[in-house]
Design a protein around this ligand. Structure first.
Ligand code: ATP
Ligand code: MG
Length: 653
C-alpha cells in the first residue's frame, strides 16, 4: 500500500459547524436518553468489557453458558468461550414461543405490488421445514451452502434454515453474473445452492436459475440446487440435482430442533463489496456476532415494540445480513422487505412504501440519497412520510449536503439521522450516533458504539492530534469481528492486523474533532497527494456536491510532473443541468473557495454516471486507472454497469 509508506498525516479542510440535538420528545422515549447516559455506558463497556458484554449476552437465550467472555487478544480473540446457542433460535423460536407469536416478523412487498405478512409463528414453521429440506439433502453442520436469490421472505428463511442446522451460508448478491457465482462457490466449496426461478427488477425479470445453471458448469462440488418458485417463469430443472422449494417443503417434517452451536462456530461467510480490489470472503461466527447484532440494532435503531423497521439493503450485503435478518429479528422487530427497484414504476416507490406500511425506521445508503436528490424533491413531496421517526445511512461517507437533504426532505427536520460507519469485516456498526443521546453533525459518524475503541493514527501507530487526519484503527477486539478470510488466515492477518501492530486497520482515513466525533475522509488507498499534502477524497467531493448543480462527484489523483498528483474530478449533474466549459471553471473555483486552492480540481470531467459496485459504492480505483492510463485493467467483477465504464473510456479518446 503505497500511501501507507509515508508517515505524514492527512490534510483536512472541511469544517462543518451545524449541530442537531436529539429532539426532546424522541430522547424521552429512547433506550438511551442522553449523552451522559451514553458516556457512562461507554465507559463501563471499555473498562469492564467482560461485564458489559456478559450483560448484553444474557438478553439472548443460550443452550449452555460460556465459561469466559473474552479469551486472547487482537486477531486471536475468542468470545463467550464454551457457550452454546443458535441464531435461528434467537431470531425465531424465542419470539414464536413467547409473546410475539402473532406479531408480524416479515412484512414483504413484491415489485409488482403484492404484499405478504409472515408472523413469528409462520417464520418458525417455515424455517424448521426448510432446515429439514437441507438435512434431507444430506447437508450437515459445517457444510457451505450458497444462496443466490432476490429479496423475498424465502431468502431470509434460507439463511435462518442454514443457521438452524449449523450449515455455513454464503449469500451471493442476486445481481452478480455467472462467473462471480462460480468464483465464490468454488472458493468456499459449497455443496448446494439455493435460488429461485426469476426475480422482478425494474419491471423485468432476472433469470436467477438460468444464471446459476451457467455458473455451475464450473462448480463440481455442488450436488443440489433448491429452486424457489417466485414468478413461475419456465426454467430447466436438472434431473437428480435440482429440486423445487415448495415440493420439498411439503414433504419435509414440521419440526427441526436447533443445533447447539459453539459460540466460535462459523455462522456464515460473505465477500466484501470489492470497492478496492478482489473481494475477500470474511468468516463470521455465532456468539459474538449474535450479541453485537442484537445490541447495535436495539440501541442504534432504538427499536421499540411497535416499529415498522425498514433497512433497504439487499441481503446480499453485510448490511442485509446484520440489519435485515439477524439484528432486528433477534430484537423481535417487524422487518419490512421490498423486492424491487426504488424507481419502479416511478421515482417515488420508496416513499409510497413508507406511507402504505407506516414505516417508522428507515435505513438506506448515501448512493440512494444522492439518486433521490437527483430525481427531484417533487417525488418525495407527494407523500406524507409522517410515520417516520428515525433515519439511518451506511455504505459510504455521506456528504454534508446530502445529509441536510435527508434531514429536511425525508426526516422533515423531525427525525434524528444515524450515520453508521462499519464494514463487512466488523460485522456490526462501529461508529454511530445513538439517536436519543448523540447530537449529530452532518457528515460525521460521531462516536463509537459500546466497547469500540477507535483511534486516528500515523503509519507507525502514533496517535494523531484531534483535528488532523490519519488512519482509522480499532485498538481492541470486539465480539462481532470477522475471525478470518475463508481459507486464507494469512491474508486476513496481513490485510487487517499487520499494518498497525496490535490494532485492527480499517483501510479508511478519518479525523477526530474536539468533541470526540469521527469524520470519515475516504479510503486510504484513494488519498490524493498534491505537492506533499495528502487529501482525502471525501472533503473535495463534499465541496463539489454542495454546489447546487452537482448531484455526485468522485475525485482521484493522476500523476503530475509538478505536483506529484493532480486532482481529477468526475462529476454528474442534477436533473436538467447541462455540462459547459463555464460550469467546469465555476466548479474548480467553487472548490477553491469552499475548502482552499490546494483542493482545486485540475480537471473536471462531466459524466452521466459514475462506476459503482453493485452495492452502490463509487469505484475510485477504476477512475484513477482511467485518469492515469486512459484505460481500465483492474478487477471489475463487482462493477454494476459496464456501460458506464465504456462511456468513460470513450470520453477519454
Ligand atoms: P472492499 O473491501 O472489497 O474494497 P468495501 O470496503 O466497499 O469493499 P464493505 O465492507 O461493504 O466493502 O464496505 C465498508 C467500507 O464502506 C468502509 O471501509 C468505508 O470505506 C465505507 N463506509 C461504510 N459506511 C460508512 C460510513 N457511514 N461513513 C463512511 N464510510 C463508510
Ligand atoms: Mg473494505
Amino acid at each position: 500500500m503505497a500511501t501507507l509508506e509515508e508517515s505524514k498525516n492527512l490534510d483536512s479542510s472541511l469544517r462543518e459547524n451545524r449541530v442537531f440535538a436529539p429532539p426532546a420528545e424522541f430522547a424521552a422515549k429512547a433506550h438511551i436518553k442522553s449523552l451522559e447516559q451514553y458516556e457512562a455506558m461507554y465507559r463501563r463497556s471499555v473498562e469492564d468489557p467482560e461485564g458489559f458484554w456478559a450483560d448484553a449476552a444474557k438478553e439472548l437465550e443460550w443452550f449452555a453458558p460460556w465459561t469466559k467472555v473474552i479469551d486472547g487478544q487482537a486477531q486471536h480473540t475468542k468470545w463467550f468461550v464454551g457457550g452454546k446457542l443458535n441464531l435461528s433460535h434467537n431470531c425465531v423460536d424465542r419470539h414464536a414461543l413467547g409473546a410475539r407469536k402473532d406479531k408480524v416478523a416479515i412484512l414483504w412487498e413484491g415489485e409488482p405490488g403484492e404484499v405478504r405478512r409472515l408472523t413469528y409463528a409462520d417464520l418458525h414453521e417455515e424455517v424448521q421445514r426448510f432446515a429439514n429440506v437441507l438435512k434431507g439433502l444430506g447437508i450437515k453442520r459445517g457444510d457451505r451452502v450458497a444462496i443466490y436469490m432476490g429479496m423475498c421472505p424465502e431468502l431470509a428463511i434460507a439463511l435462518l434454515g442454514c443457521a438452524r442446522i449449523g450449515a455455513i451460508h454464503s449469500v451471493i448478491f442476486g445481481g452478480f453474473a455467472a462467473h462471480a457465482i462460480s468464483d465464490r462457490v468454488n472458493d468456499a466449496g459449497c455443496v448446494a445452492i439455493i435460488t429461485q426461478d426469476t426475480s422482478y427488477r425494474r419491471g423485468g425479470e432476472v433469470k436467477l436459475k438460468a444464471i446459476v445453471d451457467q455458473a455451475l458448469e464450473k462448480c463440481s462440488m455442488v450436488k443440489n440446487v433448491v429452486v424457489y418458485k417466485r414468478s413461475g417463469s419456465p426454467v430447466e430443472m436438472k434431473e437428480g440435482r435440482d429440486i423445487w422449494w415448495d415440493q420439498a417443503m411439503l414433504a419435509a417434517g414440521k419440526e427441526c430442533p436447533a443445533e447447539w452451536m459453539d459460540a466460535e462456530d462459523p455462522l456464515y461467510l460473505l465477500y466484501t463489496s470489492g470497492t478496492t480490489g478482489k473481494p475477500k470472503g470474511l468468516v463470521h461466527t455465532t456468539g459474538g456476532y449474535a450479541v453485537q447484532t442484537y445490541l447495535t440494532s436495539k440501541y442504534v435503531f432504538d427499536l421499540r415494540e411497535d416499529d415498522i423497521y425498514w433497512c433497504t439493503a439487499d441481503i446480499g450485503w453485510v448490511t442485509g445480513h446484520s440489519y435485515v435478518v439477524y439484528g432486528p429479528l433477534q430484537n423481535g422487530a417487524t422487518v419490512m422487505m421490498y423486492e424491487g427497484a426504488p424507481n419502479w414504476p416511478e421515482n417515488d416507490r420508496f416513499w409510497k412504501i413508507v406511507d402504505d406500511h407506516k414505516v417508522t425506521v428507515f435505513y438506506t445508503a448515501p448512493t440512494a440519497i444522492r439518486a433521490f436528490t437527483k430525481w427531484g424533491d417533487e417525488w418525495v413531496r407527494k407523500h406524507s412520510l409522517a410515520s417516520l421517526r428515525l433515519l439511518g445511512t451506511v455504505g459510504e461517507p455521506i456528504n454534508p449536503e446530502s445529509w441536510m437533504w435527508y434531514h429536511r426532505e425525508i426526516g422533515k427536520e423531525r427525525c434524528p439521522i444515524v450515520d453508521t460507519y462499519w464494514q463487512t469485516e466488523t460485522g456490526t456498526i462501529m461508529i454511530s450516533p445513538l439517536p436519543g443521546a448523540t447530537p449529530t453533525k452532518p457528515g460525521s459518524a460521531t462516536r463509537p458504539f459500546f466497547g469500540i475503541v477507535p483511534e486516528v493514527v500515523t503509519r507507525s501507530g502514533e496517535p494523531v492530534p484531534d483535528g488532523q487526519g490519519g488512519l482509522l484503527v480499532f485498538r481492541k477486539a470486539w465480539p462481532s469481528m470477522a475471525r478470518t478470510v475463508y481459507g486464507d488466515q494469512e491474508r486476513y492477518e496481513k490485510t487487517y492486523w499487520s499494518d498497525i501492530p496490535g490494532s485492527y486497520f480499517t483501510g479508511d482515513g478519518a479525523r477526530r474533532d474536539a468533541d470526540g466525533y469521527y469524520w470519515l475522509m475516504g479510503r486510504v488507498d484513494d488519498v490524493i497527494n498534491v505537492s506533499g499534502h495528502r487529501l482525502g477524497t471525501m472533503e473535495i467531493e463534499s465541496a463539489l456536491v454542495a454546489h447546487p448543480k452537482v448531484a455526485e462527484a468522485a475525485c482521484v489523483g493522476r500523476p503530475d510532473d509538478m505536483k506529484g498528483q493532480a486532482i481529477a474530478a468526475f462529476v454528474t449533474l442534477e436533473g436538467g443541468q447541462e455540462p459547459s466549459e463555464e460550469l467546469r471553471q465555476e466548479l474548480r473555483q467553487w472548490v477553491a473557495k469552499e475548502i482552499g486552492a490546494l483542493a482545486r480540481p485540475d480537471d473536471v470531467r462531466f459524466t452521466d454516471a459514475l462506476p459503482k459496485t453493485r452495492s452502490g459504492k463509487i469505484m475510485r480505483r477504476l477512475l484513477r486507472e482511467l485518469a492515469t492510463t486512459g484505460d481500465v485493467k483492474g478487477d471489475t467483477t463487482t462493477l454494476e454497469d459496464f456501460g458506464v465504464l465504456a462511456k468513460l473510456r470513450e470520453n477519454e479518446e
